[in-house]
Design a protein around this ligand. Structure first.
Ligand SMILES: Cc1cc2nc3c(=O)[nH]c(=O)nc-3n(C[C@H](O)[C@H](O)[C@H](O)COP(=O)(O)O)c2cc1C
Length: 293
């Protein structure tokens, strides 16, 4: 049967070969795994529509537990709630707004010490944040040790100098210029405390299996919001910072494990007596709220 096509296949042999090889390569590199996942492949694809938002969901799940990470016998208990009147609701909401509206990012700190118990309570508050499947994927490192603070300052200043001069580019540094920030971070050694927030990408169960931390990024971000608000509510000040490219060096300096990634570095203390802040205005409620009744 093939004999009658022999002249054709001989003439176009290299064309056919290129098409076949291209097809094989295309399938190998570009085709997504099937939606259901297959036992042979050993990995599962995920049907969640927002899979791209959480890298933890792309983990190879064959090495993970089939048992739930929480106890199967987890008790469900009554929720005790004291309902407020509408007047009280508004009074509380307004009071909370007044407190958070007074929060500002400080870049000049006093050396005055802060009680350790205050820092612990603030972190305890951050640890109440909701987390994907109650995985609590966070570690807070509170540093008051002067040598450790100095080492962190050196890492941050070294990287920030490169960030400002090379990595960030003219647009970013120009956008930052009204805030008068640069790579000199004196506050890292003047503040009484540095709080470093790490997100745990995964953890290890007592039986050695990996526990997936769903939505660790979002969970830790919520915890950071509570942390910053708790600092403000307690009467201290901070600077929200995400030192670019410093994560690995700081992680190894602090001896944190490989499953943890640095998210935020927060100097915490009192403002310096002569501290200044940029005179920023916040968007009006009408610009941030869409009401659909
Ligand atoms: C994710 C994030 C990263 C930030 N990184 C820095 C930083 O590296 N250095 C800095 O001086 N401020 C940093 N800031 C602070 C912002 O500049 C500040 O929040 C903004 O100017 C608004 O001012 P306010 O916090 O006083 O309202 C950061 C804020 C956020 C939310």
């Amino acid at each position: 049967m093939f004999a009658e096509y022999a002249p054709f296949t001989t003439k176009y042999f290299y064309h056919i070969l290129v098409i076949v090889v291209s097809f094989i390569l295309f399938k190998k590199f570009f085709e997504r795994p099937s939606a259901k996942g297959t036992a042979q492949s050993g990995t599962y694809a995920f049907t969640a529509s927002d899979e791209s938002t959480d890298p933890s969901e792309k983990m190879d799940k064959t090495s993970c537990e089939v048992e739930p990470a929480l106890s199967r016998d987890l008790k469900h208990i009554p929720y005790h709630y004291v309902r407020k009147s509408e007047k009280e609701l508004l009074a509380h909401a307004s009071e909370f707004y007044r407190i958070v509206a007074a929060r500002r990012t400080l870049r000049f700190f006093s050396t005055d010490p802060v009680p350790r118990e205050v820092i612990r309570e603030i972190i305890r508050a951050a640890g109440t944040a909701p987390s994907g499947a109650h995985t609590e994927p966070w570690t807070f490192v509170a540093i008051s040790n002067p040598t450790a603070k100095l080492k962190i300052r050196k890492i941050v200043e070294q990287e920030e100098e490169i960030n400002y001069k090379k990595r960030m580019g003219i647009k970013w540094t120009t956008d930052l210029s009204p805030l008068r920030t640069n790579w000199i971070k004196e506050y890292l050694t003047t503040v009484p405390y540095l709080i470093l927030v790490f997100k745990q990408i995964y953890s290890t169960l007592p039986n050695g299996q990996k526990k997936i931390h769903y939505y660790h990024e979002m969970s830790v971000s919520i915890a950071c919001g509570i942390l910053i608000t708790a600092i403000q509510y307690a009467g201290l000040v901070t600077l929200t910072s995400t030192p670019m490219n410093c994560g690995p060096a700081i992680r190894s300096l602090l001896g944190r494990p490989a499953n943890e990634k640095l998210v935020l570095l927060l100097p915490v203390g009192y403002p310096a007596k002569d501290a200044t802040i940029p005179d920023l205005q916040r968007k009006d409620l009408s610009e941030i709220l869409v009401e659909i009744d």
